[in-house]
Design a protein around this ligand. Structure first.
Ligand SMILES: Cc1ncc(COP(=O)(O)O)c(C=O)c1O
Length: 424
């Protein structure tokens, strides 16, 4: 892979920070090292001494005084080493990426910690997308992605998709329309492979294989934004693009937001080393690193759990969301059968509902829904052009109880019927 061809001028111009490199070095050195190098403050002057975090299981995470000194201090930009190596082991056991066998220059699997996957995505986009570039994605898509991409001045091109994700034939058609030597030919494809936000769609394994082959044929990078990977309701979980990545053309973002906590802001970028290194150069020049405290707290939790304990916890999270999904589907059947359409999601926390008699849900939700005391997201906000009329709404089954979901859909049904009367 020639990674230089994918980089923006800004990313190409990034240089390592000498001070940050010293921090990385120091992190790996023995305690006997006397360093006069760093400009780090002295934690003796900080007011915090130690911390204990009680888990729901009854166990406790102990941040003793020496761990707390690390937690309160600057740390390396790739992430706290023990958290990073735990995550690398997890990625290897879940995805077995073929890139682990490549040399670093060829694109060996590398990882870094980010402050939520949103930070990783934002930095990946800034690394790869220049003004005027054509970027492929399967809209409707996550509004946070649109918010990060659109100001970069690129053209977003939507590839055809359905409840099984991107349609390879549509992607192929889009790509074939560019001459291979045209510098404007898209170089990046962004997709949410599981439980898409907002559509709930998951790309089938067969389609993923075809999409990856198309990426090889047309020399595309795939950005695999997968925060709902751990919320897949059926096992075995679908193989990821990362698991197919023989070339080093997949950048994957993972998130702990949906499974451990969204407020601790922990995400991970996994991909070919030359690209992950560029993301880290950007981190060095912006946040410097994700909070040492949260990284060490979570690392303690994961070391205690081991992979088995982590996956056991995931099972309990899946059990919750899968029963919430079932409750929402049952209520949708009860109240919306004749007036709306939907596909049961295989992952994630969203049901994407098409309201039959309604051309654009924006007006309906913004003007009428609050009167009926029910709120959903009008689908237009997930479109490339948010003012295009959109008959969909997004309903989340994450926070409300089955009883609340049922009542919400009863109110929504009433709202749609009233709207039909108004529009007739
Ligand atoms: C598809 C998608 N990507 C990324 C994110 C950002 O997640 P994080 O909390 O890890 O930044 C979200 C959050 O909802 C999401 O739905």
């Amino acid at each position: 892979m020639n990674y230089a061809r994918f980089l923006t001028a800004v990313s190409t111009a990034r240089k390592p920070s000498a001070i940050r490199l010293l921090t990385e070095l120091q992190q790996r050195s023995p305690p006997s090292l006397i360093s006069l190098a760093g400009g780090a403050p002295n934690p003796d002057t900080f007011p915090f001494l130690s911390a204990q975090v009680r888990l729901k299981s009854g166990a406790e995470l102990e941040m003793n005084e020496s761990l707390m000194r690390r937690a309160l201090q600057y740390s390396g930009s790739y992430g706290i080493p023990e958290l990073l190596s735990w995550m690398k082991d997890l990625q290897k056991s879940l995805h077995n990426p073929p890139t682990i066998n490549l040399t670093p220059e060829e694109g060996r699997m590398e990882m870094c910690v980010t402050t939520g996957s949103q930070e990783g995505l934002g930095k990946i986009f800034e690394m790869l997308v220049s003004p005027g570039d054509n970027v492929l994605l399967d809209a409707p898509t996550y509004s946070g992605t649109l918010a990060a991409l659109q100001p970069l001045g690129c053209n977003l091109i939507s590839v055809p998709s359905d409840q099984d994700g991107i349609k390879p034939s549509g992607l192929s058609q889009a790509l074939e329309s560019w001459h291979p030597s045209n510098p404007q030919k898209p170089r990046v494809l962004y997709t949410i492979p599981n439980g898409g936000n907002p559509t709930g769609a998951s790309i089938s394994h067969e389609r993923k294989i075809e999409v990856y082959e198309l990426a090889r044929k047309h020399d595309l990078l795939i950005i695999e934004d997968d925060p709902y990977y751990f919320l897949q309701f059926q096992k075995p979980w679908a193989p990821s693009f990362l698991s197919m990545d023989v070339d080093g053309r997949v950048l994957r973002t993972d998130s702990f937001s949906k499974i451990l906590s969204s407020g601790i802001r922990l995400g991970f970028v996994t991909g070919p080393k030359p690209l992950v290194d560029r993301v880290v150069l950007h981190i060095q020049a912006s946040t410097m690193h994700t909070s040492s405290f949260t990284q060490l707290m979570v690392s303690q939790l994961l070391q205690g759990w081991g992979q088995g304990g982590f996956l056991k916890h995931i099972d309990s999270v899946i059990e919750f969301y899968s029963s919430q999904r079932n409750a929402m589907l049952a209520s949708a059947d009860k109240w919306l059968k004749d007036i709306a359409e939907w596909h049961p999601p295989k992952a994630g926390m969203f049901l994407w509902i098409k309201l039959k008699g309604v051309k654009d849900t924006n007006k309906l939700i913004m003007e009428k829904a609050l009167e009926k005391e029910v709120l959903l997201v009008p689908g237009g906000v997930f479109n490339i052009n948010s003012s295009d009329p959109c008959p969909y709404v997004r309903a989340a089954f994450s926070l409300s109880t089955p009883e609340q979901i049922d009542e919400a859909f009863r109110r929504l049904a009433e709202l749609i019927r009233d709207a039909e009367l108004t529009f007739d």
